[in-house]
Design a binder for this molecule. Structure first.
Ligand SMILES: [Zn+2]
Ligand SMILES: [Zn+2]
Length: 314
């Protein structure tokens, strides 16, 4: 099979690799489409010690099983035995590994996955299948923020921010403002249902979602949250967090860290993604994946393309 292999910082290549064989309890997925995530790009750009090369990355994908069923793969590989897994909280299982970071992922024609992780998704288009994972992140973030129904802001109109926007619109949230410095991204957010877009956050929101995750955007998020409101942290650009404890405590505000999604939220995302029309996601033939990655890393991708999705039948 053909696979896009990460070989080290700024080194990716399309290579011929042996077709993987499923062990008992595993299924083989013929990949239809796989999304390129910011975290994949981070690994490819700089190298990350927890992701040793060579490795096939890719954790946002769907495809067909040998019996013909269409599935989306939940990339959170968990032990399935602990108290958290028993409650469907596989994303915080102490033993969890993420497919595409700790074992071969979706940037290949075939992938082997545990049976539990191949989630039936009949009727989805390949592009929709590739967007389930980021949409699931949005479902989880909305839940973590206390499911606000009006007056919210999203910082960062990248694929996480746009996927979250889709969830908020589908859930009937009124008054969603989106902040991003890139005008082409703001245009997409407006078209997808944002009330206001712009480069700066102003107002007093019931909840602010920070999909950027810098020290500054976290401070901005807290400053723009009304007393009693919620700040949901999704982006992880910087590790340091410097916020006013008085603002949190005296303002009775909630600060929520948002990581991944539960199994139930992943299933919810499969339903929500059916209505997505994502002109901000662009399909690129998998045969050109290495060049596409180099273009994105070099900043040569079109400004209006927020997400690159590899298509395997193109
Ligand atoms: Zn991702
Ligand atoms: Zn577990």
């Amino acid at each position: 099979m053909k696979a896009l292999v990460y070989r080290g910082a700024r080194e990716v290549a399309l290579e011929e690799r042996p077709d993987p064989l499923p062990l008992p309890g595993e299924l083989r997925v013929r990949v239809s489409a796989a999304g390129l995530c910011g975290s994949d790009l981070h690994v490819m750009a700089t190298g990350v010690s927890s992701v040793p090369p060579p490795l096939v990355l890719g954790h946002e994908f769907g495809g067909t099983l040998d019996d013909g069923r269409f599935v989306v793969v939940n990339p959170m590989l968990a032990c399935g035995q602990c108290a958290l897994c028993a409650r469907g909280l596989t994303h915080i299982c102490p033993q969890r590994r993420v497919l595409g970071f700790r074992q071969p992922g979706g940037f290949a024609q075939w992938v082997v996955v545990p049976r539990r992780n191949a989630v039936p998704a009949p009727g989805l288009t390949p592009l929709q299948a590739a967007l389930v994972e980021p949409v699931a992140n949005g479902v989880h973030a909305w839940q973590r923020a206390g499911r606000p129904l009006e007056n919210v802001a999203v910082i960062g109109a990248g694929s996480v921010g746009m996927s979250l926007l889709h969830v908020l619109v589908q859930r009937g949230v009124q008054g969603i403002d989106v902040v991003d410095p890139v005008p082409a991204r703001c245009e997409h957010a407006l078209a997808a249902g944002a009330r206001r877009v712009g480069p700066r956050l102003e107002g007093a929101y019931d909840a602010v979602f920070d999909a950027a995750g810098t020290e500054q955007t976290r401070r901005d998020a807290l400053a723009a949250t009304r007393p009693g409101g919620s700040v949901a942290l999704i982006g992880l650009h910087d590790d340091t967090l410097a916020l006013s404890a008085a603002s949190l405590i005296v303002g009775d505000r909630t600060l929520a860290g948002c990581f991944a999604y539960t199994e139930a939220e992943f299933a919810e995302a499969i339903e929500l993604v059916r209505s997505i029309d994502a002109p901000w996601a662009e399909a690129v033939p998998f045969a050109e994946a290495d060049r596409a990655v180099r273009d994105v890393l070099a900043g040569r991708a079109p400004a209006g393309r927020i997400k690159t999705v590899f298509r395997f039948d193109a």
